[in-house]
Design a protein around this ligand. Sequence first.
Ligand code: C2O
Length: 544
Amino acid sequence: AEVRHHDFVVQQTPVRRLCNTHNIITVNGQFPGPNIEVRNGDTLVINVVNQAQYNVTLHWHGIRQMRTAWADGPEFVTQCPIRPGGSYTYRFTIRGQEGTLWWHAHSSWLRATVYGALIIRPKQNTSYPFANPKREYPVLLGEWWNQNPIDVVRQATLTGAAPDISDAFTINGQPGDFYNCSSKETVVFPVKPGETNLFRFINAALNAELFISVGGHSMTVVGADASYTKPFTTSYLMLGPGQTTDVLLISDQPPSRYYIASRAYASAQGAAFDNTTTTAILEYDCGCIPGQGPSSSPILPALPAYNDTASVSAFTTSFRSPKPVKLPSPVDEHLVFTVGLGLFECSPGQICGGPNGTRFTASVNNVSFVLPSSYSILEAHKMAVPGVFSADFPSQPPVKFDYTSNNVSRELWQPVPATKVYKLSFGSVVQLVLQGTGIFSAENHPIHLHGYDFYILAEGFGNFNAATDSAKFNLVDPPMRNTVTVPASGWAVIRFVADNPGVWLMHCHLDVHITWGLAMAFLVEDGVGELESLEPAPADMPLC
Ligand code: C2O
């Protein structure tokens, strides 16, 4: 195992897309940011210097951060932000994870442009559990706004309305052939005929779940969220923001140029969404493409329709662990959390640009998450600072009702803004039902838990019914993930062991929803054993 050092300078950089140049926030002037490549077992030391005009933190999405919660990164949860001119060094070790993860800013909407791949190759002297690929490519799917994304969220927060949708989707930072002024820069992935290639897809988009297909080729899924999966073959993928999927693609088709295309899965009925398609090109690199110059049009795949929920569940329920797993049991904590949108009544003096003169909000168990500002929750916990958070997050929804209905009384859709955590004792086995609500609009929520991987036992539609739906649990080979897409008007059940002390944010990875409060945090207490407590805070922790 090695120690790998990186210097990340967060800075303002002029970047040209869609016929216009504007200043965006980057790391080291790169967009997307630098890719980090490590092996399982390595230690990363990343020195972040903030030369931008905004507060920033970086999050290593999906890294378990065993006993190193101080390096996790969500602002005001595990650390105070790095102020303009400040710096902070993130230090952590990769323990047992292999595959594709990524890193991104975890302050306001800075992650729109501040993100990169985090590729974890097998431990020294070990290899992939599948045929060694000849070529490997990270494929980062993103979203581009012609405006400054920070202004987009500021405007939405001011008015209480939904934020503007993006102007393009991107693949490795480029919108591709179907947008103005961008076809010259379309990303090309060269492959040799007959070879096996590993594509590492990452959904880094802010507010969009994305379908992905490749013209003429099927893909074999071999991993997701840095856990291997039982291989399965598919013609399309669907990734919620935060999720990654590793696929093998064999270049076994007639030598030509094929589009890799991606567009939105829009689960919210009637809501505006970016209805454009981004493309990159898979190009047979053999000097053998018959009668084709670089100007000929590549072969386009068929993508599922934007509202094709059946294709989404067919895909998400295809995942299995490679081998039967030893599922943690018995369950100590049976939790049920509702996740969904809501509306706030307009109070005097507020601008209320949401539906029917309200303001949008969102909640978990009717608590709309509020970030503290004077201390991070983790610091307040370790230093016993009172008044920063309370530990009374409800284990069940406060009232039972038809969660998927959009016809419920006002008390049910007007959540309580608060900073609450749910306390877990070290080593407890947690089973969590995530129940989507339809209070304002039912939609798919990609729920991400920091600091943990979890097993997904089942998902389904309607209200979760413990008596009948428990029979659907996969207790044999459930997949392991760090982000689960809870179906619109449906539910998902996850299980994990609280073996990592610290404060761990759990939230919808659609940034508009986290902005509205669709988040909560688990506080996992230290254990008694020598290696069961949080390490001391680094000396260079920024202050609030
Ligand atoms: Cu990928 Cu809390 O984030």
